[in-house]
Design a binder for this molecule. Structure first.
Ligand code: GUN
Length: 276
């Protein structure tokens, strides 16, 4: 079974568009993009297309790679107070000289539609109302849509980033899965993946997950997104793994569109009297 994120994301966007009807152009989403990292530029373009398609007003704040932390904090403060902007994100990664945590913590939690502010992170972990990080929340939506149950399942998350691996592990735990988190320092990845019912890879390493590392009839979610010779590839060796997995996401067309759709849904939530 192919877990079609493109199709589900289109459904989600259509539903937001319908709910937005009377407020077309009145909901504002902004993205701060520092520099011109090619993957970030492409992600921001997809977010813009989706935002405009559902009827949001989209604003891109483009800053040079040389921008100072102080200037970036000033731009965040402006968006925090801008009544036309209901949600905004700072596209990552940021240049090394800037403290990502300091930047993310400066975003007003009620406008933090990426769910990266410590308050949203913590509230999400505790299952209190919160804006949840888009990729992990999008993956759960995809699993739910295809009726892949999580309670009691052995889930292996590969990658422990703050954007995907860490929050995803907690969201899965909150759904009563048994969760292992593997990462670049894990000694024997296969030892973990071989007994997993669900493997979710967010390592950014092409062909990291191969058929011989998996149990028959497992579910495989690929968050990888690496450009090789102009082509986007995931972490999973799709051609071999599809023969043994019960369900698998394609790259592109799996997790990527779910991230965008969840960001749009979060932005709609941020306009709807979101209460902390
Ligand atoms: N870079 C890669 N994924 C993401 C994401 O979901 N949000 C932001 N802000 N930056 C990213």
């Amino acid at each position: 079974m192919l877990l079609d994120g493109k199709q589900l994301s289109a459904k989600i966007l259509k539903s937001v568009k319908r709910k937005l009807a009377g407020k077309k152009g009145k909901v504002g989403l902004a993205v701060i993009l520092v520099g011109n990292h090619s993957a970030s530029v492409a992600y921001v373009r997809q977010k813009k297309l989706a935002a405009e398609d559902v009827g949001f007003a989209f604003r891109e704040v483009r800053l040079p790679i040389s921008v100072s932390e102080t200037r970036l904090l000033r731009e965040i403060e402006k968006l925090n107070h801008d009544k036309k902007i209901h949600g905004f994100i700072v596209q990552l990664p940021l240049p090394k000289k800037i403290s990502t945590q300091k930047i993310l913590t400066a975003i007003c939690p009620a406008k933090d539609v990426d769910g990266f502010h410590p308050l949203n992170f913590g509230r999400g972990f505790l299952q209190l109302p919160a804006l949840l990080p888009a990729t992990p929340a999008g993956i759960l939506k995809l699993l739910d849509f295809y009726k892949i149950l999580l309670r009691g399942k052995n889930c292996v998350v590969v990658g422990h980033s703050n954007i995907v691996g860490k929050p995803l592990a907690i969201l899965l735990l909150n759904r009563d899965a048994t969760v292992s988190v593997c990462h670049e320092f894990t000694k024997d990845l296969k030892y973990f993946t071989k007994s997993a019912d669900i493997v979710i890879s967010a390592a950014g390493v092409p062909k990291l997950i191969r058929a011989n590392m998996l149990k028959k009839n497992c579910v495989v979610i690929d968050c990888g997104c690496t450009k090789i010779n102009g082509k986007i590839v995931g972490d999973v060796d799709f051609d071999s793994v599809k023969k043994i997995a019960r369900a698998i996401t394609p790259v592109p067309g799996g997790v990527g569109p779910m991230t965008v759709a969840t960001l749009i849904e979060n932005t709609f939530c941020a306009t709807e009297n979101f209460k902390f």
